[in-house]
Design a protein around this ligand. Structure first.
Ligand SMILES: C[S@@+](CC[C@H](N)C(=O)[O-])C[C@H]1O[C@@H](n2cnc3c(N)ncnc32)[C@H](O)[C@@H]1O
Length: 220
C-alpha cells in the first residue's frame, strides 16, 4: 500500500515539475492533430511534396546551392537531397529553437544530425547550426539557385528571408505554410513581395524560375 502511494506521489510530482513543458507539448499535439491537411507535425504534407519537386526542378537550370531555412528534424532536407542532382550543394539552416515535441535544443540537434547522417556523408549536404540572420551575415558563397523558407514564421522573419534571397538574386524563392487561416503573416509577406506572381502547391509557394507547367509541349 505504501509502495503504491509512493509511486503515485513520484509520478504526480514529476508531472508537476515538468508541467510547462507538458502543457506546451499537449498544445502542439492538439494543433497538429487538428491540422493534418496542412502540416505533418511541423513538416510538409504529401500535397506540398509536389511543390518541392517543382521548385527543385526549376532550380536545376541554375547554378548555386539550395538553401533550406528551417530544417526541424531533416524531413524536407532529405526530400530536397533526393530531388536535387548529386553535384548541387544543399545547406540546411537550423537554430533548434522550436520543435513540435518540445525536445530540448541539444537533443533536437542530435536527432536531426542522426536523421541526416546519410545526406551529410553522401549528398553534398551540410547543416548551418545557427539562425537565418547569422547565416545571412556570414554567407560568402555563390548566390543560391533556390531558397526554401520554412523557419521563423513571423511577418518580419519571412520578410527578412525573402529580402536576403532577392538581394542575392536567387532564381527560385519558395516556402512553406502559405495558408491564410493558420499563417496570415506568411501570406502577407509573400504577397507584398510577389503579388500574384507565385504558384501554390498545397501550402508550398514558389516564385521565380521557369514554370515547368508553362513550358510548351514538344510535338511527338
Ligand atoms: C516548421 S519547422 C521546419 C520544418 C521542415 N522544413 C520540414 O518540413 O521538415 C521550422 C524550423 O525552423 C527553425 N527556425 C525557426 N526560426 C529560425 C531562424 N530564425 N533561423 C533558423 N531556424 C529557425 C525551428 O527551430 C524549426 O525547426
Amino acid at each position: 500500500m505504501f509502495e503504491k502511494l509512493s509511486r503515485r506521489w513520484r509520478k504526480w510530482s514529476t508531472i508537476w515539475k515538468h508541467r510547462r513543458f507538458i502543457s506546451e507539448a499537449v498544445e502542439w499535439h492538439a494543433f497538429f492533430l487538428a491540422n493534418r491537411d496542412v502540416s505533418v507535425w511541423g513538416g510538409v504534407s504529401e500535397d506540398d511534396h509536389r511543390g518541392l519537386r517543382e521548385a527543385v526542378a526549376r532550380a536545376a537550370s541554375f547554378e548555386g546551392p539550395i538553401v533550406e531555412i528551417g530544417t526541424l528534424f531533416g524531413w524536407t532536407t532529405q526530400l530536397l537531397a533526393s530531388l536535387k542532382s548529386p553535384e548541387k550543394e544543399l545547406i540546411a539552416v537550423e537554430n533548434f529553437c522550436w520543435n513540435p515535441f518540445c525536445v530540448p535544443p541539444d537533443d533536437h540537434r542530435v536527432i536531426t544530425r542522426r536523421t541526416l547522417h546519410y545526406c551529410l556523408e553522401h549528398c553534398r549536404t551540410r547543416i548551418f547550426d545557427g539562425s537565418s540572420r547569422e547565416f545571412y551575415d556570414t554567407y560568402a558563397g555563390r548566390p543560391p539557385s533556390m531558397v526554401f523558407i520554412d523557419g521563423d514564421h513571423s511577418y518580419q522573419g519571412v520578410q527578412a528571408d525573402i529580402r536576403w534571397a532577392r538581394e542575392q538574386g536567387v532564381a527560385v524563392i519558395a516556402g512553406h505554410d502559405y495558408n491564410a487561416r493558420l499563417h496570415q503573416p506568411i501570406v502577407r509577406a509573400v504577397e507584398e513581395n510577389f503579388g500574384s506572381d507565385i504558384q501554390v502547391f498545397g501550402t508550398v509557394w514558389i516564385a521565380g524560375g521557369e514554370s515547368r507547367q508553362a513550358r510548351p509541349r514538344l510535338a511527338a
